[in-house]
Design a binder for this molecule. Structure first.
Ligand SMILES: [Mg+2]
Length: 227
């Protein structure tokens, strides 16, 4: 394809399960089990798309949408907030990979569907990545979530690059890779959790979805990829 000849100017990374690992159960699912009467998806719509200042702020927003929250539930949400702030752990090689690409004069973007306390944990877990990033686009700041192209376009705009000059690196085909391919970006699929991606793998193998430019088993392999 002709785009292979276009020089790469930027690399955009997903964060969760691409650069950091965290708890197995997502916070919207934890809250859905705490407050009842709301689905995890409805809770995700609230907590992932608003910049949250405190657990009190979370409770207030949830009450506005789903009704009163009792004292026990507030306490559990408070605990969840604080656990999430220390939960993210760097995946081996993540910082080195980002800095290696940066040292090749590539711009670096971060693009994540994330809620506020977990992002604070990411700032602690990956301080040099945050410092190196030329653009950071988060669902809790923009109000948009993947797979919508909106945040991808915002990241490209902030980096000042065109899609064909950019590589998207992520672990989730439907949210990171497919939307990037549709915009004309190159893609590196970090297939660190192939069990979770079985459906996408089958669709690609059956020719129903486009294959990523490159697939690797870990973030540590990305710096030596030929995009
Ligand atoms: Mg991810």
């Amino acid at each position: 394809m002709e785009q292979v000849d276009v020089p790469i100017k930027a690399v955009i990374f997903d964060i969760g399960a691409t650069l950091v690992t965290g708890p197995d159960v997502a916070p919207n699912k934890v809250i859905a089990a705490i407050i009842r009467g709301a689905t995890a998806s409805e809770i995700g719509e609230v907590i992932m798309t608003t910049e949250l200042e405190s657990p009190k702020h979370v409770c207030r927003l949830l009450e506005e949408r789903f009704g009163e929250i009792d004292g026990n539930a507030s306490g559990e949400i408070f605990d969840l907030w604080h656990a999430q702030r220390t939960a993210p752990v760097e995946i081996a090689g993540a910082t080195d990979t980002v800095l290696a690409l940066k040292s090749r004069r590539l711009k670096v973007g971060l693009l994540s569907d994330i809620w506020s306390p977990y992002y604070r944990g990411v700032e602690r877990a990956l301080p040099r990545v945050i410092e190196a990033a030329d653009a950071i686009v988060l669902s809790c700041r923009t109000g948009c979530r993947k797979p919508s192209p909106d945040n991808f376009l915002m990241a490209l705009d902030e980096l000042g690059v065109r899609p064909e000059e950019t590589v998207m690196v992520g672990d989730t085909y439907s949210h990171d890779i497919q939307p990037a391919i549709e915009l004309g970006m190159r893609t590196v699929w970090v297939l660190a959790r192939p069990d979770r991606e079985a459906e996408s793998i089958m669709r690609i193998l059956n020719g129903k979805c486009p294959a990523p430019s490159v697939t690797v088993g870990s973030i540590a392999e990305v710096a030596s990829c030929k995009f």
